[in-house]
Design a binder for this molecule. Sequence first.
Ligand code: NDP
Length: 355
Amino acid sequence: MKEFEIDKSKPAIVTGATGYVAGWIVKRLLEEGVTVHAAVRDPADRRKVRHLDEMAAKLSGTLRYFKADLLDQDSYTEAMAGCGIVFHTASPFTLNIRDPQKELIDPALLGTCNVLETANRTESVARVVLTSSCAAIYGDNADLEQTQRGIFTEEEWNSSSSLNHSPYSYSKTVAEREAWYIAKKQSRWSLVVLNPSFVIGPGISPHATSESFQIVRQMGDGRMKDGVPDFGVGAVDVRDLAEAHLRAAYLPKAQGRNIISGHNTSLPEIAKALLPKFDAYPVPRRILPKWLVWLVAPIADKSTTRKFVSRNVGLPWRADNGKSVRELGMVYRPLDASIRDMFQQMIDNGLIPKR
Ligand code: NDP
């Protein structure tokens, strides 16, 4: 017996449908026979939508495109018309930026207002599922010390990120806060928030731009051959995260914030999981000393500051995923499977040179 019923009577809108995470959400919806309103910046950009068309041709649901931009007020009106569920995934996920306000905060925050205010005006909408992030729960690994139980939970909010320190995490925090503010002022639709940790696993699009790919790519293209910082992270498979979105949308009891994270792990552990299958590749085999990372990282990569290194490297990461298991019925796949599938896909797509 199915754990939850998918309502196929109304379409569902997916914002940022061209994205890494959204690709798998669209796939699962189409598999279930749902009509998907894919809100994308440029429906005519074949490079960005071809993979969705190819997928839709094989699945029972219907895919329709709508042009929309987070920064264009009202641009989601047509795409949302008649929809029962709003999946709001669109938000820039990039660490390499020049102007954090323009490139991260504005699209995340104004985009969330734009999408949720459109939901307020769209009578058919019953639920909004927001793809927030664990980045809205914590800012730095050092914040673990301030938690009640020595573990990050849905109770915590990121209070250490700012425009100048981890601006991506700041963008996710202000956007989620705004979403709750807008949701609490009305009662027609419910808001369910997902707070995923670092997302890994194969993408549907070969041209995925998510920061997830940039980080894993470095483990295979030689840039980390001398070692990897001991940086604690959480990890979740992109396919599990898509499943969480469906559950958040269609399980009546889904509510509140939900940490979606399969594993409390670290960059060295992720690299180690690759070695049995990809021993021929320059996967990092040793841990870089913290002092060396502190000295060199800001020179090698402008987005990494010494403050970031001090407050994250050599410090563990732990989050409690218990609510997602109890309330959404999540079952997470093993870390090895996710990272190996992703690495193999990056070799097959030429993102990691074949050995
Ligand atoms: P992607 O970069 O693959 O997807 C981001 C999406 O947002 C793209 O579809 C992009 O469209 C869209 N977008 C960006 N700016 C705008 C804009 N101005 N107007 C309209 N659309 C815009 O990243 P992910 O799939 O990884 O991220 C999806 C969501 O998941 C984000 O909200 C992210 O914060 C969240 N998340 C991701 C994690 C991860 O590890 N990957 C972890 C936790 C949360 P376009 O294709 O046109 O650029």
